[in-house]
Every structure is written in C-alpha cells, then in structure tokens.
Design a protein. Sequence first.
Length: 213
Amino acid sequence: MNLTSYLQYGATSISNVLFDEGYKLTLTSDEILFVFYLLREQQDGNFMPDLSEIAKKMSKDDKAVGAILNSLYLKKMLTLSKKKLANGEEMESFDITPLYEKLSVLLESSKKETLGLKEIKEKFEESFARLLNPFELETIQEWVEVDKFDQEVILLALKEAVLHNAKNMSYIERILVNWSTKGLTSKEMVLQDQKEWKLKQRQLEAQREFGGK
C-alpha cells in the first residue's frame, strides 16, 4: 500500500490525515483516536496491542473500547490478518489497510475536485477577461461543494451567459437553478434539452411561415 499520497497531503503522518478527513468516512472522534493509538502501537512493533492499555490512554473502560473496535469492524475500516515476523513466525495483527484504501479514494476525489475548481476558475477569468474577486471565487466553490452542480454544467452555464452578454454570477446561477429544477444534472442532458428546444423553435417558425402564406 503506497502511503505517499497521505504524506503529500501536507500532513507529517497518517494520523493528521485521519484528524482532517476521518469525519468524511463517518468515523467518530473516539474511533479516530482509537486508530491513532493503534497506529502508535504498531509503529513500535506491537501489532496486537492490549486493548486495556489503549482504553486507559483514551480514559475509557474496556467495554467502551470494545464497542469502538466492533464499530470499526462493521464499518470495514479494519480487519484481523496474519503478519509475518522477522523470525518467520506469524502472529495476528489489527490490519487497517481497508481504512488506508478508503482514505486513498477520498483524497484522490478531493484532489480531482480541487483540479476541477482550478479549471473552472480559469475558464471564468478567460470569459470575463479579468481576475475573479473573492465573492465570485466563493460562489463557484459553493456551486461545486454545496449545491453539487456538475462542473461541466457550470461551464455550459458560463457559455450560455457569455452568448447572452450577461457575464455575471447572478445570471449564471439562475441558469444553473433553472436547469436543476428541470432535472438537467449533466452536460449531456443540458445539450439534449437545448437541441430539443432549438428543434421546437424551428418547427414553430416553419408553422408561422406556412400559416402566413
């Protein structure tokens, strides 16, 4: 398992990533703290630490720590596995590889989202022919992270605003809300809707021309 991605995240250890991102995996503060102590024990070569000792460090009783461990099993954050020792013997070990894998997916997703925001920002600044102000940057971030608008749909809304010479965030947001209300949540759906609208307009024009003759 390559842990480079965690270290490049800006943290000095996996524990820092857990504290920053663990809640996104529905981990409770107690579960994160338990994993933290488990990691410290394993770094010292103790792959099956005494849970009573961890309970003392967490100021919990054994039953509470047992419940935390069980919850991590149920959430598929850790398993039991066999670890080969230097002398060739095998011993049972708490294996948190599943947690590593989930963190890896989470961080990769966050990285893609950040790259997406950068691309959107550059497209807006190119279309507006100026740098975006803090309010505009915050608005774009909310569209992506809070409203969950598809990034390609945001760029289509920008294109629509430019075509109508309405290069402002309020107009673009109205377009996005209108598309969302109509259930148009992807680039393909928006383009199909626009295609159908143009077809209807041509049909209406043809009917008017035919009716006027």
